[in-house]
Design a protein around this ligand. Structure first.
Ligand SMILES: Cc1cc2nc3c(=O)[nH]c(=O)nc-3n(C[C@H](O)[C@H](O)[C@H](O)COP(=O)(O)OP(=O)(O)OC[C@H]3O[C@@H](n4cnc5c(N)ncnc54)[C@H](O)[C@@H]3O)c2cc1C
Length: 480
């Protein structure tokens, strides 16, 4: 067999890279000319809100300004619209987005909506104790269940291309297998329901799925992330009696200044947000800027904050019909790589497979401190082209060029967990919800709910109490 297209067992090195002091500057604003992703450009008219609110007058005044129109920013507006009770007048919420609607990581990711199930449980339990380890899994299951429930309740399974296909983690090395077994045993001992997990040996993997590595089956989903976020936005906008929701796309926020205010009214205007098109006064600010957080919050730069990290993805046509590939989604090599076949109209169709990863092939930087998604890394491009033909001989053609290839910027943290909650002293009324370390789809919706709860509690003067599924260490004040 030829050499594996990417180096293996580099997770610890990648984590170490996140802890090193850096000479790079804070994140830039999102670049204005990003690569074109399948999710944003793969179908005509797929992004009806792309340029929403990008022309005409800018909203001058709002109760809450949310910066960023990815899954976090839009979910914050969604939860505000569902949670706000009997407001004296509808809350005025504005989303400000630097580029097109949902054109950050959410519009350029791998499309997976799958929980960790039990992976990393052992490490979490050792580092943070069993209760936190259980919550680390609970938040992901909670998020996925809530998203699936709302998709089904609203009858939009087809609209968002929801696939309930299951998921396989390929186990490529003995080290990975030993870690997975330790995680499984620890999670089982802690009482997690692992009844759907299946360990699949090499023979079965070869005969049924065409690859010679062992696999672990867990429940898993994939969908079209932009379409989900578009649906969330429209749902929030429908709650007219409780909330007026506006969005200004193509409106980068360049700075936030404190207003001179003396009031104890929680809805007094405290912040002035400067954008490329004018400024807005508001009472609350939500930084839903993920990888770009340190642009507006320079103290969030570096190993103690959020590190922009470039990921790369291809859409490549399989060499066989979908029935020979199955509808499973996959990850391998400690989740560095991830892929799944897009839904097809007929069983004989050769599906487009969305495959991301390959940044471990680049060397010690692992694409960290890069906030430019207008370009591609050639070493990653090469690794991705070789990847599936190597793992599934015959199912992918070695010389077939991808139909699309793009990059996107993830927000990594050194400890792997997001920042959720108030920004801190001197930033009263500002909240952050960001830094999912490349695994935001099963977290962002719920983290946004937490921030929406906190803001509404502050407005109503009631205390906020944490939901039982929230890991305590996600909270900003726990990180100081
Ligand atoms: C290549 C790639 C593959 C991935 N694959 C997966 C996967 O399969 N499964 C998974 O769970 N996760 C995956 N992720 C991670 C996941 O996509 C993210 O965790 C999630 O989308 C984060 O959502 P967000 O809304 O917080 O950030 P984003 O979607 O990045 O949204 C932030 C928004 O803020 C805007 N913004 C930033 N600064 C400013 C400013 N100053 N003014 C105005 N707007 C601003 C940006 O333009 C952007 O639209 C992947 C990410 C990438 C890049």
């Amino acid at each position: 067999m030829s050499t594996f297209p990417v180096p293996l067992n580099l997770l610890a090195d990648a984590q170490l890279a996140l802890t090193q002091p850096t000479e790079y500057p804070p994140a830039s604003l999102p670049v204005p000319n990003p690569t074109k992703s399948y999710w944003l450009h793969g179908e005509s008219g797929v992004n009806p809100l792309a340029s929403e609110g990008s022309e005409g007058p800018l909203t001058a005044d709002a109760d809450i300004c949310v910066i960023g129109a990815g899954i976090t920013g839009v979910s914050t507006a969604y939860h505000l619209s569902k949670l706000v009770r009997n407001p004296v007048r509808p809350l005025k919420v504005v989303i400000l987005e630097a580029r097109d609607f949902c054109s950050g990581a959410t519009g350029r990711n791998g499309g997976h909506l799958t929980s960790r199930a039990f992976i990393d449980f052992h490490e979490y339990a050792l580092k943070y104790g069993q209760e936190e380890a259980v919550k680390s899994m609970a938040i992901e299951n909670h998020t996925i269940n809530r998203i699936i429930d709302l998709i089904r309740a609203d009858g939009v399974e087809d609209e968002v291309d929801l696939v309930v296909g299951g998921h396989i983690s390929l186990v490529l090395t003995n080290e990975e297998m030993a870690n997975a077994k330790a995680d499984y045993e620890a999670a089982k001992a802690a009482g997690l329901d692992l009844s759907q997990v299946k360990w699949i040996d090499k023979d079965e993997m070869q005969s049924k799925l065409g690859t010679s590595f062992e696999g672990i089956y867990v429940p898993g989903h994939n969908l079209w992330p932009l379409k989900l976020v578009t649906h969330l936005f429209r749902s929030a906008q429908n709650e007219e009696t409780k909330l007026t929701l506006h969005i200004h796309t193509r409106t980068p926020v360049t700075s936030i200044k404190s207003l001179d205010f003396q009031s104890t009214d929680p809805l007094a205007r405290r912040w002035n947000i400067a954008t490329s098109r004018g400024s807005i006064s508001c009472s609350y600010v939500v930084h839903a800027t993920n990888a770009y957080a340190s642009h507006l919050l320079p103290h969030m730069h570096g190993p103690g904050g959020i590190i922009p990290t470039r990921g790369q993805v291809v859409g490549v046509r399989a060499n066989v019909p979908v029935e020979e590939l199955t509808r499973l989604s996959w990850t391998a090599n400690a989740d560095f790589e991830y892929w799944f076949p897009r839904p097809v109209k007929s069983e004989s169709e050769h599906p487009l497979v969305i495959l991301g990863g390959g940044r471990e092939a680049v060397g010690p930087g692992f694409e960290t401190y890069i906030s430019d998604d207008s370009s591609l890394e050639p070493i990653v491009s090469k690794a991705l082209r070789k990847y599936l033909p190597h793992l599934f001989p015959g199912k992918y053609a070695e010389d077939r060029e991808p139909e699309m290839e793009w990059s996107g910027i993830m927000g990594f943290t050194a400890i792997g967990d997001p920042f959720v909650g108030p920004v801190g002293q001197g930033y009263e009324g500002q909240y952050i919800c960001a830094g999912y370390s490349g695994h935001g789809m099963p977290k962002a919706f719920s983290c946004a709910e937490v921030v929406a709860q906190m803001i509404l509690a502050e407005i109503s003067g009631n205390p906020w109490s944490p939901p039982e599924w929230l890991p305590k260490r996600y909270l900003t004040w726990e990180k100081r």
